[in-house]
Design a protein around this ligand. Structure first.
Ligand SMILES: [Zn+2]
Length: 263
């Protein structure tokens, strides 16, 4: 009789510990939520660089997926200001960004973004605008800037910043900001490190140049996006099936991922 009571007590204790652990785990996981910042490059049928290219059809489908499933697309400004204020973002929040400023963003992404009233940010290689014919023109940039697109800097020449130093490094960061501001007539507050490459001194230079935040790829260690100069992003591919997209949009995608070393 006594033995049965003891076993029952033991089982109740184990169950109690399991329930408490489960609740603790749920609270911990909730706390690790990060607003997903999506990273695109080309929106094109050309598949020279498949990792950097999403087809127009896949992009339209992905935006439709966001709309149909009630995701709230916010601006980089809202993300950064909210993060600074330690705002608890709704778990259906998402930010859309594009690197390099390809011309196909104007032709294949902009109409879709406009259709859904989704804001987005594009990071420009300032000294190649109007020079490289695959990239956006200043006229296109101005038009997009008046219609929900925020423009940021992606350096002057798309250099890998950890390999630069001195005045050249400074100029890639500060100079590109100035060039874009002069053309757009508005301040540029956001930066994206080419190939996600950065270091602590580079982060300081970006902050000193007057940027409010900077984005990496998935190289950053700051998987919780607390450091505004190391905001990590999630690459979106053409072949992301809805289940993968759901995972990437969950806010926990980076949580259990093995991060590549920081540069
Ligand atoms: Zn780039």
């Amino acid at each position: 009789m006594n033995k049965t009571i003891n076993i029952r007590r033991l089982l109740v204790t184990i169950l109690f510990i399991l329930v408490i652990s489960f609740i603790g785990l749920c609270i911990w996981i909730q706390d690790q939520y990060v607003v997903p910042v999506l990273m695109y490059h080309r929106i094109s049928l050309e598949d020279e660089f498949p990792m950097n290219t999403v087809t127009p059809k896949a992009f339209a489908k992905q935006m439709d997926y966001l709309k149909r499933n009630g995701y709230q697309v916010i601006t980089v400004d809202e993300l950064v200001e909210g993060t600074k204020a330690r705002k608890k973002f709704a778990h259906n929040t998402v930010v859309i960004t594009f690197d390099d400023g390809y011309k196909d963003n104007y032709k294949n992404a902009f109409p879709v973004l406009k259709k859904y009233h989704f804001p987005a940010a594009i990071f420009l290689i300032s000294d190649y605008v109007g020079v490289n014919r695959n990239l956006l023109t200043w006229d296109q940039i101005k038009e997009m800037s008046q219609n929900g697109i925020t423009f940021g800097s992606h350096t002057r020449h798309h250099v890998y910043l950890p390999e630069e130093s001195g005045q050249e490094l400074k100029d890639e960061i500060q100079g590109s900001k100035k060039v874009i501001e002069e053309h757009l007539g508005k301040p540029v507050y956001y930066f994206a490190y080419p190939s996600g490459g950065f270091s602590e001194p580079i982060k300081s230079l970006v902050a000193m140049a007057g940027y409010k935040a900077a984005f990496t790829t998935n190289r950053g260690y700051d998987r919780y996006n607390i450091d505004l100069y190391e905001l990590s992003r999630i690459r979106i591919n053409s072949w992301d099936i809805p289940a993968v997209l759901w995972d990437k949009l969950s806010g926990y995608y980076n949580l259990f991922r093995q991060l590549r070393p920081s540069h």
